[in-house]
Design a protein around this ligand. Structure first.
Ligand code: FES
Length: 128
C-alpha cells in the first residue's frame, strides 16, 4: 500500500477499478489524449502507454509473460515495470507512469514515470 501522505494526489488521474484487470492481464483505458495499458502483475498494477513504440500495436492486447509484454504486431517486447525494450524490433522504451492504488481504484500521476516503490520514490516524496 502506498503511503499517500507523500503523494500529491491532486495530480493523479483515476483510470479504472483494480477489479477491472485480472492478474496476468491488461486493459486499455483512454483518458483525454492518452491511451494507456493497465497491467496487473501479481496484484501489483503498472501503467504504460498502450501504443507500441515500434508501430500500431496495442500493448493491452499483447501477450503477457511475467513482467514482459510482447506486442502482437511484430513480436517486440517490453518490461512492463520499467518500459525497457526486451526484444526487437522495438528500439524505443515504453513510457511508464507512477501508479497509486486506493479504495479499489488505479490512479496514475501523468507527469511521473513509474518507480519501483512509490514509498521510497524520491520523486513522489519530493511532491509531498
Ligand atoms: Fe509493436 Fe511492431 S508494432 S513490435
Amino acid at each position: 500500500m502506498t503511503d499517500t501522505k507523500h503523494l500529491d494526489l491532486t495530480r493523479f488521474l483515476e483510470l479504472c477499478s483494480t477489479a477491472d484487470v485480472a492478474p496476468g492481464e491488461a486493459t486499455r483505458v483512454a483518458r483525454g489524449d492518452r491511451t494507456l495499458a493497465v497491467f496487473n502483475i501479481d496484484e501489483q498494477f503498472y501503467v504504460t502507454d498502450d501504443l507500441c513504440t515500434h508501430g500500431p500495436g496495442s500493448l493491452s492486447e499483447g501477450y503477457i509473460e511475467g513482467d514482459v509484454v510482447e506486442c502482437d504486431f511484430h513480436n517486440g517486447a517490453f518490461n512492463i515495470r520499467t518500459g525497457e525494450v526486451v526484444a526487437p524490433p522495438c528500439m524505443i522504451p515504453l513510457k511508464t507512469y507512477l501508479v497509486h492504488t486506493a479504495d479499489g481504484k488505479v490512479y496514475i500521476d501523468p507527469e511521473q514515470p513509474a518507480c519501483p516503490s512509490a514509498l521510497t520514490c524520491p520523486k513522489a516524496v519530493a511532491n509531498g
